[in-house]
Design a protein around this ligand. Structure first.
Ligand SMILES: *[C@@H]1O[C@H](CO)[C@@H](O)[C@H](O)[C@H]1NC(C)=O
Ligand SMILES: [Cu+2]
Length: 163
């Protein structure tokens, strides 16, 4: 009789499925994917195709002397200007932790690279936003989310037992 094992397996599967989306691991985003941080790439379109959340990391990869990464204000982003005091990252593999929700702007400070498209705006979502759409009603609190998932798991197990 394997029924007890089957039941345990069913419970394990149901719980795992119910909790999978909640485990939503932090993502390391390679800016520009395999193209990296370079000229001739549309970072606006790139950023629109991604979802950034608190806990994720940006990695700007490029040939070291050719480019830089500078975090700027929205106004400087729009104007492609970099303030004297701005911190210039230039290692060729610059990592930026997305540690709080909100909008951030990055440009390359070399020559006219920013004007030629080496600029990217990143909208960082709160970590527990399952934000498929940012205009969705505010998600319920984490605790009630867990309760809902537990209820799902119990229902799934019950359904399996009935079958
Ligand atoms: C980059 O992509 C965005 C979004 O798809 C688009 O609006 C924009 O015109 C593109 N920019 C260039 C320079 O092609
Ligand atoms: Cu550049």
């Amino acid at each position: 009789m394997a029924s007890k094992q089957m039941l345990l397996l069913a419970v394990a599967v149901a719980v795992a499925v119910a909790f999978l989306p909640a485990l939503d691991a932090a993502t390391e985003h390679w800016v520009g994917d395999d193209k990296g941080w370079t000229l001739g790439f549309n970072y606006t379109a790139w950023a629109q195709s991604k979802q950034f959340k608190v806990g994720d990391t940006l990695v700007f990869k490029y040939n070291k002397p050719s480019h830089t990464v500078v975090e700027v204000s929205g106004a400087d982003f729009a104007a492609c200007s970099t303030p004297e005091a701005a911190k210039v990252m230039a290692t060729g593999r610059d990592q930026v932790a997305l540690d709080s929700p909100g909008r951030r702007w990055f440009v390359c400070s070399v020559g006219a690279h920013c004007l030629n498209g080496m600029k990217v705006r990143i909208d960082v979502l709160a970590a527990d936003d399952n934000a498929v759409s940012p205009v969705a009603p505010p998600p319920s609190g984490h605790a009630s989310n867990v309760q809902a998932r537990l209820a799902q798991a119990v229902l799934a197990v019950a359904a399996l037992l009935v079958l």
